[in-house]
Design a protein around this ligand. Structure first.
Ligand SMILES: [Zn+2]
Ligand SMILES: [Zn+2]
Length: 174
C-alpha cells in the first residue's frame, strides 16, 4: 500500500540494514531517550540549521519555555530498533498516529525525540552525546522563531522572527 513503507524508510531504517538507497550508514553521533529504550544515530555531526522555537504548541508539548530543534535529512538519521518503542502525535489533528508532520517520543519514558516532517527531521539536540567543543558549536542555534509568543526574553543578539524564519518579519529582543 502506498505510504505504508515508512517503518523501513529513513529515519526508521535500522543502521545495520543497508538498502539500495543507503549502502552503509556511518554512526557519528548518538542520541538516546531518558530510559535508554530509544537510541538513534546520526551520520553527520552538523545540522542543516538549528533554532529555538517559542511557539505555544512547543511550549505546551515540551513543558519548557522554548524548543531547541536541529534539522537533518531523514537519510542522515537511523533508529537502532526502527520504529519499535516510539509514539507518534500529530498536533494538528490531535491524533496519536504516524501522520506527518508529527511529534515522535519514547512510548515508555515520554522523552520527546523529534518532530518528523515529510523530508526532514527536527530533532532535539539535548538527547545527543556531544563530545567536544566543535560539535557543540555545530549545534548552536542561529535564530529564534515565533519570538512574540515567548515566556522568557533571550537577549543573545541572534535574529528573532515573528513566525517562521525568513517567512515572517524580524522583531526586537524585548
Ligand atoms: Zn525512553
Ligand atoms: Zn514551535
Amino acid at each position: 500500500m502506498p505510504g505504508e513503507t515508512w517503518q523501513t524508510d529513513p529515519p526508521y531504517q535500522q543502521p545495520d540494514r543497508p538498502s539500495v538507497e543507503r549502502a552503509a550508514f556511518r554512526r557519528k553521533l548518538r542520541g538516546a531517550c531518558h530510559c535508554g529504550r530509544i537510541v538513534y544515530w546520526l551520520s553527520k555531526d552538523e545540522p542543516l540549521a538549528s533554532k529555538y522555537c517559542h511557539c505555544n504548541d512547543c511550549k505546551v508539548l515540551h513543558g519548557a519555555p522554548f524548543q531547541w530543534a536541529a534539522i537533518f535529512h531523514k537519510s542522515d538519521m537511523a533508529f537502532q530498533h526502527g520504529a519499535a518503542g516510539l509514539r507518534f502525535y500529530n498536533s494538528a489533528t490531535e491524533r496519536a498516529e504516524h501522520d506527518l508532520p508529527c511529534k515522535v517520543s519514547c512510548s515508555h519514558c515520554g522523552t520527546l525525540v523529534m518532530d518528523e516532517g515529510r523530508n526532514m527531521v527536527l530533532l532535539f539536540p539535548t538527547l545527543l552525546s556531544l563530545e567536544d567543543e566543535k560539535q557543540r558549536r555545530n549545534f548552536e542555534a542561529q535564530c529564534h522563531i515565533f519570538y512574540p509568543q515567548r515566556v522568557v526574553d533571550i537577549p543573545d543578539g541572534k535574529p528573532k522572527w515573528a513566525g517562521l524564519d525568513t517567512k515572517s518579519s524580524l522583531v526586537g529582543e524585548s
